[in-house]
Design a protein around this ligand. Structure first.
Ligand code: M6R
Length: 614
C-alpha cells in the first residue's frame, strides 16, 4: 500500500507530483506529503487526510522546483499524524525519503542509530531508513558515488519490504529509487523522468516504463537513468510503452467509481470472454495456458491462493472446477498458505488470483509455491504486474482499471475466468462435447444477462432504503452461492461499516441463528436447482423467529409468501454463470446502503486498494 511518485525534469514538479498522487490515492489515503529540492534546502508540505488537503498546503508552503518526491500513506507504523506522514527528513536535513512497505527490523536499526546520538521525529520505520542512509553518507568520503553508495550500504541492513524514492541535498539533479517486495517503476519522458509505485502515476507524461525487479536500484537524472543491482552490477532495463490516458479512468456521469464499475460489467465481461473460445464451440481457449497442456491434463490437485474478494471468486471456481473437471481444488487464504506445511500431493497447480497483481500476501504465496517446485498460474487484471511477471503462465482479466476500493467488476471476471478454466480442464479430461457446448453458450450469453440484472438497479435501491437501518445482517447461500454470500457480506461491511456475516445457509442453525431478531435481516441467495427447497426451509426458520428475509432468487423458483419479506428476481441461467448474476444485486445493495449513510464508497475508512504489506 502507500503510493510513491517522484519527478525530475524541466517542468516544476508540483503538477506532475500532485496529479500522480491523485492517481495513486487508491493505494492509501490516511495522509499525504511532498518534498521539493530547492537547492539549499528541502521544502515540504504534509497533511493528514486526502491529497486535496495537501494540494492546498503545497501552494502556501512550497516554491517551484523541478525535483521532488511525494507519497500517499496507508498507515502501518505509527498513527495517522503529520509527523508520521512521508516524506521523512533525515536528522541532518540532507535526505528526504518516501517508502512503501515495512522494515521489519526497524526497532533494532533505530536502537543502533539512537546509540550514535541520532534523534527521531516520527514513530515510523521509514524515518529509520532515511536516517540510516544519512548515517552511512556521513561516514563515506566525498565523491561522485557517495549518495548511491550510502543507499547501497543501508538497504541490505533492512529486513522486510520496501519501495523507496530518496533525494540528497548535495545532488540537486539526482533521484534514487530501489525496491524489494514493494513495486516500483521508472517512467521515461521527454527530458523528465519519474519513479512511482505504479505506472498510472505518470500516464500522459512518460512514454515508457521500466519495472524494477526486487533487489534493483535506479539512479535517475532528467535526461538519463541507470539501473543496477544493489551490489552495483548493471541490470537490463526492459522498457514498456505507457498506455495513453484512457477514458476508463474518468468518472463520466457516475458519482463514484464503484457505481461506474458495477455498471460497466457487461462490457468488462465481454472483454474477458473475447476470442477465448475454441473453434469447435465446445471449450475455452486461454492463451496463457498454452505450453502447459500436458501438465494441466494430468493434474492431481489445484490450490487457489488469493485474498479478500479475489478469494471469494476462487471459491466459486472451486465448486465449478471440481464439477466440470473433477480435479480436487483447495482455496487458501494467500496469507496462510506460505506458513503451512502442506503435504505435497502429486502434481499440484497453484493458481494465484489478484486484481492488482501486487497483493504481497498473494505474491509471497506464489514465491513459496515456486520454491516447492509447483507450477504457478496467475489471474490478474493488471498487465505487467508482479503477479503476471512472476507466475509460469496466466490469464489477464481485461476489465480495465478498477479504481473503487470495493472490488466489483474484478470479482465477476475472476469468477468467469474460473468457469472458463474449469471448462478447458474439463474438456481436456472427461467433460463431454455436449456439456462443453452448453457451457460455452452460457458464458457467451453472460454479458446480456448481467445487463438485464443491472437494469433492475432501482429495485435494489428501494430494498437498500428499506433495510438501511440495520446494523447487523446475515448473508446465506449454498454451494457456489456460499462464496457469493461471503462476498455480499464483505462488500457491505467494507463500505457501509455495518456488521455483516456470510454463511452456508444450512450452517445457520449451528450457531448464527442466535443472532436473528427483528432488527437483523437475512439475505438468502437461492439456488436454481433441487437444493432451493432446503434453502427456502432455512428462510422459514428465520421468519419463524421474526427475522426479516430478503431473497435473491431465480425466476423459475417459487418462493412461498410466508418465507420472505422481499424477493429480488434473477433470470434463470446455467449454473456456471449463476454466482456472477447473484452477486450483482449484492454489489448494488452494498453501494446504495453505504450511499444512504452518506459514506465515500470509493475510499472506505482504513482500507487501500492494493495491499502491499503482509
Ligand atoms: O488486488 P487483489 O485482488 O489481490 O486484492 C485482494 C483484496 O485486497 C481485495 O479483493 C479486497 O478484499 C477488496 N477491497 C474487496 O472489495
Amino acid at each position: 500500500m502507500c503510493g510513491i511518485v517522484g519527478y525530475l525534469g524541466r517542468e516544476t514538479a508540483q503538477a506532475p507530483l500532485i496529479d500522480g498522487l491523485r492517481r495513486l490515492e487508491y493505494r492509501g489515503y490516511d495522509s499525504a506529503g511532498i518534498a521539493f529540492h530547492e537547492g539549499s534546502k528541502f521544502s515540504m508540505a504534509r497533511e493528514t487526510g486526502r491529497v486535496n488537503n495537501l494540494a492546498e498546503s503545497v501552494q502556501k508552503k512550497c516554491s517551484p522546483a523541478s525535483l521532488g518526491i511525494a507519497h500517499t500513506r496507508w498507515a502501518t507504523h505509527g498513527a495517522v499524524t503529520v509527523s508520521n506522514t512521508h516524506p521523512h527528513l533525515s536528522y541532518d536535513d540532507k535526505f528526504v525519503l518516501v517508502h512503501n512497505g515495512v522494515i521489519e527490523n526497524f526497532g533494532a536499526l533505530k536502537r543502533f542509530l539512537s546509540d550514535k546520538g541520532i534523534d527521531f521525529a516520527s514513530e515510523t520505520d521509514s524515518e529509520v531508513l532515511c536516517n540510516l542512509i544519512a548515517f552511512h553518507y556521513s561516514e563515506l568520503p566525498e565523491g561522485e558515488n557517495r549518495f548511491v553508495d550510502a543507499v547501497r550500504q543501508a538497504l541490505p541492513q533492512c529486513r522486510g519490504a520496501y519501495g523507496i524514492a530518496v533525494l540528497c541535498l548535495d545532488y540537486p539533479d539526482t533521484m534514487i529509487g530501489a525496491r524489494r517486495g514493494s513495486p516500483l517503476v521508472v517512467g521515461l519522458g521527454d527530458e523528465a523522468n519519474f519513479i512511482a509505485s505504479d505506472a498510472s502515476a505518470f500516464v500522459g507524461r512518460a512514454k515508457e516504463a521500466v519495472f524494477l525487479n526486487d533487489g534493483e536500484l535506479a539512479v535517475l537524472q532528467a535526461n538519463d537513468f541507470r539501473i543496477t543491482t544493489l551490489e552495483g552490477q548493471e541490470a537490463t532495463a526492459v522498457t514498456h510503452p505507457v498506455d495513453e490516458v484512457s477514458e476508463e479512468v474518468e468518472l463520466g456521469d457516475f458519482d463514484s467509481y464503484m457505481e461506474k464499475e458495477i455498471y460497466e460489467q457487461p462490457m468488462a465481461l465481454q472483454n474477458t470472454l473475447l476470442g477465448r473460445f475454441g473453434d469447435d464451440g465446445t471449450t475455452s481457449k486461454l492463451g496463457g495456458l498454452e505450453g502447459h497442456e500436458d501438465e494441466l491434463r494430468n493434474l492431481d490437485r489445484i490450490i487457489f491462493v488469493a485474498c479478500g474478494t479475489a478469494r471469494h471468486a476462487c471459491m466459486v471456481g472451486e465448486y465449478l472446477i471440481e464439477r466440470l473437471a473433477r480435479v480436487p481444488v483447495e482455496v487458501e487464504h494467500a496469507s496462510e498458505f506460505r506458513y503451512r506445511n502442506s503435504p505435497k500431493a502429486g502434481k499440484s497447480l497453484v493458481i494465484a488470483v489478484s486484481q492488482s497483481g501486487e497483493t504481497l500476501d498473494t505474491l509471497e504465496a506464489v514465491r513459496e509455491a515456486k520454491t516447492k517446485g509447483l507450477l504457478t498460474l496467475g489471474i490478474t487484471n493488471v498487465v505487467g504486474s508482479s503477479l503476471a511477471r512472476e507466475t509460469d503462465g496466466g490469464v489477464y482479466q481485461r476489465v480495465g482499471p478498477e479504481i473503487g476500493v470495493a472490488s466489483t467488476k474484478a470479482f465477476s471476471s475472476q469468477a468467469c475466468l474460473c468457469a472458463m478454466l474449469g471448462l478447458a480442464l474439463g474438456r481436456m479430461r472427461d467433460l463431454s462435447p455436449m456439456d462443453g457446448q452448453s457451457i460455452v453458450e452460457a458464458l457467451k450469453g453472460l454479458p446480456d444477462l448481467v445487463s438485464e440484472v443491472l437494469q433492475k438497479g432501482e429495485q435494489i435501491r428501494e430494498l437498500a432504503i428499506k433495510y438501511s437501518k440495520a446494523e447487523h445482517l446475515l448473508f446465506l447461500g449454498r454451494q457456489s452461492l456460499y462464496p457469493v454470500a461471503l462476498e455480499g457480506a464483505l462488500k457491505l461491511k467494507e463500505i457501509s461499516y455495518a456488521h455483516a456475516e456470510g454463511y452456508p445457509a444450512a450452517e445457520l442453525k449451528h450457531g448464527p441463528i442466535a443472532l436473528i431478531n427483528p432488527d437483523c435481516p437475512s439475505v438468502f441467495i437461492v439456488e436454481g436447482n433441487e437444493l432451493s427447497a432446503k434453502t427456502i426451509a432455512n428462510m422459514q426458520e428465520v421468519k419463524a423467529r421474526k427475522g426479516p428475509v430478503l431473497a435473491i432468487a431465480p425466476d423459475g423458483i417459487e418462493i412461498p409468501e410466508e418465507a420472505a419479506d422481499d424477493v429480488f428476481r434473477l433470470p434463470d441461467a446455467h449454473e456456471v454463470v449463476r454466482p456472477i448474476l447473484a452477486n450483482l444485486p449484492l454489489q448494488l445493495f452494498a453501494y446504495h446502503f453505504a450511499r444512504l449513510r452518506g459514506l465515500d464508497v470509493d475510499k472506505p475508512r482504513n482500507l487501500a486498494k492494493s495491499v502491499t504489506v503482509e
